[in-house]
Design a protein around this ligand. Structure first.
Ligand SMILES: Cc1cc2nc3c(=O)[nH]c(=O)nc-3n(C[C@H](O)[C@H](O)[C@H](O)COP(=O)(O)OP(=O)(O)OC[C@H]3O[C@@H](n4cnc5c(N)ncnc54)[C@H](O)[C@@H]3O)c2cc1C
Length: 413
């Protein structure tokens, strides 16, 4: 039985012996990875210590209070690494896990296509075998952070003569190559965090297949399950000890990595601002505004408690339940309710952007960003379908293209 106090003490002793603020960030994270403290719940041979799930938070807390940087945030740690841990070959894990943990490799997700979003298994990007490589041609879209990424988590069709879910292969594709062009897209809230990615005879080594050839759908489900969990960002340690080379690099990295996500707090609705805004606008005693605020806060608290119950169940080693889809739907409902309350409080001034607008345009950014939360990582309607079919056991939605060879499925060209 591993004891939390014991783990905290062991980590404190280790930090005391190993932490040197003048190390580069990569050198420091290499020490963390080799000692298993970077990702303590991962297996010992892969940068972890095989500790139970509950210890992730304990170790993160201890690293933050000791004032040392931890593992990086982003698609690499939240999606690529768990997917490789579950399905990757030993060779792939050996080459790609450690540099992901040290932050040397930045990742993006190349799933969605112009004709395949909710119906992801209908994707038409093709990969064909050519000696030791696969050659990939097609188009991806809505790919967050693709312009900065070294590797992409790519789904491509490798067999057109079987039903759609059975002919997909999952690759870790190097992004910096002549066959890949990344074009940024501008969103209605003014940011440009997404990209279109054009693949024209792009190459990916056969050894970069994750899972088995044509079995990529199973691997994709692992990534999507992790995506639905909407992992929170790692905490930056308390201010007084943030000095030295490793921290300078960690802060620069955080700024660069969070650039595409800097509107994400607004996308979640900024429930934290409603009371302050109601007071500032002189509406804190308006009975209608008060009623709407209370409804919103009750919704947000009940979602938080549901998430905490789910985390406690995970920490006890229970299998994941419906909480991923329920939590994702709750986030959409909270964001929409928060946008309504902000609009009620701000009135027409909520439409203004610029320095003389409420909170320097933050309210307008909330109103323009909230729709994204009910789309990213699977839309609300898709979460409803998952809950209906997999949790409530209702009959499956009728699909005419499920059991026929993909080649014969009618589609737009
Ligand atoms: C902030 C954000 C970040 C993203 N980042 C990435 C990324 O990094 N990589 C990536 O690959 N993709 C990314 N996406 C894309 C995202 O995964 C897709 O937008 C999403 O899966 C929906 O697909 P779609 O846009 O093609 O919509 P569609 O699938 O065309 O859906 C259109 C509408 O039809 C509804 N609908 C579709 N099918 C059904 C059905 N069976 N039953 C009921 N209703 C249905 C949908 O709910 C939706 O309302 C991102 C999206 C957002 C908003």
């Amino acid at each position: 039985m591993t004891d939390a106090t014991q783990v905290r003490e062991e980590l404190r002793r280790w930090i005391e012996a190993e932490w040197d603020p003048e190390l580069s960030l990569v050198e420091w994270r290499a020490r963390l990875a080799d000692a298993g403290w970077a990702c303590p719940t991962w297996p010992r041979e892969w940068c972890g210590r095989s500790l139970p799930a509950a210890f992730a938070e304990i170790v993160a807390d201890e690293l933050a209070s000791a004032g040392v940087p931890g593992a990086p945030d982003g698609v690499g740690m939240h999606l690529a690494a768990p997917t490789m841990l579950e399905h990757g070959s030993v060779d792939l894990k050996r080459r790609l896990l450690r540099p992901t943990v040290t932050g040397e490799l930045i990742w993006c997700q190349l799933f969605s296509e112009p004709g395949a979003g909710s119906d992801l298994a209908g994707l038409t990007t093709r990969a064909e075998r050519d000696g030791d490589d696969w050659i990939v041609t097609g188009q991806k879209v809505w790919n967050t952070g693709a312009a900065q990424a070294a590797f992409g988590l790519l789904l491509a069709r490798t067999d057109w003569d079987v039903p759609k879910h059975r002919g997909i292969t999952y690759f870790a594709i190097p992004m910096q190559q002549p066959g890949i062009e990344v074009r940024p897209l501008r969103q209605m809230n003014g940011h440009a965090s997404f990209n279109e990615v054009f693949l024209d005879n792009a190459r990916v080594p056969a050894s970069n297949v994750i899972g088995a050839v044509n079995d990529g759908w199973k691997v994709a489900l692992t990534t999507l399950a992790h995506e639905r969990r909407l992992a929170p960002s790692r905490r930056i340690a308390s201010g007084r000890r943030i000095t030295g080379r490793a921290w300078r690099e960690a802060i620069a990295e955080r700024v660069a990595v969070s650039e595409p996500h800097k509107w994400y707090p607004q996308r979640a609705g900024r429930t934290d601002l409603v009371i302050e805004r109601a007071a500032a606008a002189g509406k804190a005693t308006d009975p209608v505004v008060r009623q709407e605020i209370v409804k919103l806060v009750a919704l947000a608290w009940s979602a938080k408690w549901t998430a905490q119950r789910a985390a406690a169940a995970r920490a006890l080693g229970r299998p994941p339940g419906p909480e991923g889809s329920l939590g994702k739907l709750a986030s959409s409902n909270i964001a929409r309710a928060a946008a309504r309350v902000h609009a009620l409080i701000a009135g027409p001034s909520g439409m203004l952007a610029g320095s003389d607008s409420p909170l320097d345009g933050i309210i307008a950014e909330i109103l323009l960003s909230v729709p994204a939360i009910s789309i990213a990582g699977g839309t609300d309607e898709i979460q409803h379908n998952i809950i209906a079919e997999r949790i409530l056991g209702l009959p499956r939605e009728s699909e005419t293209d499920r059991d026929v060879p993909f080649r014969s499925v009618p589609r737009n060209t």
